[in-house]
Write a protein that binds this ligand. Structure first.
Ligand SMILES: [Zn+2]
Ligand SMILES: [Zn+2]
Length: 310
């Protein structure tokens, strides 16, 4: 099953022609989820051929404009294009009142069921369970209430090796038990170990989105072992004082979090508009954590399968 991220906007507060404000499509277990919705997100969805009506769930990290100001327009467009399917938006507290006021003063009504779920958690908490995956919200450290989100696949079932079903004349119940990790007992009492019946176990994959945040060691255990970690990287080390003052990360700090959390790959995003070229930020990060890549608008980032060592 595909698990990938399409970056719609990789810029920080001020959009440029090259980098729009924050927005991503997360494709997990057949679900298409929008994460953040900066002002140009609906145009970017069209630019990259994403069907807006197929989005059933949206997660907003925080209510700064570069992550939130595109949402009222997108919700309105969904209505104007005839949406009837329900939509659920997870967001920090405040979005509901803001949207109600905007809808009131602009005489906007939406003809579909719009569920705004305002998150209010102090610790990592599963806030959404989809088909085959969960989403955990946890607080980041920014100038307003901000949540990071971890998207985790549920542990996949084991796959049977070729021909074992016929070889051992397994019933459907046998197959279910073996796929769940049990050994197989034959009629004569012989036990066939599960490892002889199944392919190497595919492990559940995970993706974490953290934008915006300052450096905080408490994030490290929360992000431990994540497969793909998307961290903001607004500045380079030359602007470390500004990063601290504005509650953002430098590339080097982002890489330090990735290294200490033992993630598989780091994806940097949310670059300040002052950087026309981001190679210096990439260089700064790879010096600390080599498996780092930089997000580009329109870039798609796969989270490959991984298997247990039998
Ligand atoms: Zn931002
Ligand atoms: Zn922010």
């Amino acid at each position: 099953m595909d698990f990938n991220i399409l970056v719609l906007g990789s810029g920080a507060a001020t959009p440029t022609f090259a980098r729009h404000c924050s927005g991503q499509m997360v494709n997990i277990c057949g679900s298409r989820i929008l994460v953040d919705c900066g002002e140009s997100t609906q145009n970017q969805l069209r630019q990259y051929h994403q069907k807006i009506q197929s989005i059933k769930t949206i997660f907003i990290s925080h209510l700064h404009g570069d992550h939130f100001f595109g949402l009222p327009g997108l919700l309105s467009t969904m209505h104007l294009c005839g949406r009837t399917e329900p939509l659920t938006v997870y967001t920090p507290v405040g979005a509901k009142a803001a949207l109600e006021l905007l809808f009131q003063v602009s005489a906007t009504n939406v003809n579909y069921e719009l569920n705004i779920v305002e998150i209010d958690v102090d610790n990592p908490t599963v806030v959404h369970t989809g088909k085959g995956f969960t989403v955990t919200a946890f607080p980041l450290h920014h100038s307003v209430t901000t949540y990071g989100y971890i998207f985790r696949e549920e542990p996949p079932l084991l796959n049977l090796r070729h021909n074992v079903r016929d070889q051992y004349q397994m019933t459907n119940d046998d197959c279910v038990r073996v796929k769940n990790g049990e050994d197989l007992m034959l009629g004569d009492g012989t036990v066939i170990p599960n490892s002889q019946l199944t392919m190497p176990r595919r492990l559940a994959r995970s993706y974490a989105y953290c934008c915006d945040t300052s450096f905080d060691e408490s994030l490290i255990p929360i992000l431990s072992g994540v497969d793909l970690l998307c961290l903001e990287s607004t500045f380079d080390e030359a602007f470390s004082a500004m990063a601290e003052e504005r509650c953002h990360l430098t590339a080097s700090q982002a890489a330090t979090i990735a290294l200490r959390a033992g993630v598989r790959q780091l994806l940097l995003t949310h670059f300040s508009a002052r950087y026309r070229e981001i190679e210096p930020l990439l260089g700064e990060a790879t010096a600390v954590f080599p498996n780092t890549i930089c997000a580009a608008d329109g870039g798609r980032y796969e989270i490959p399968y991984k298997y247990a060592k039998n």
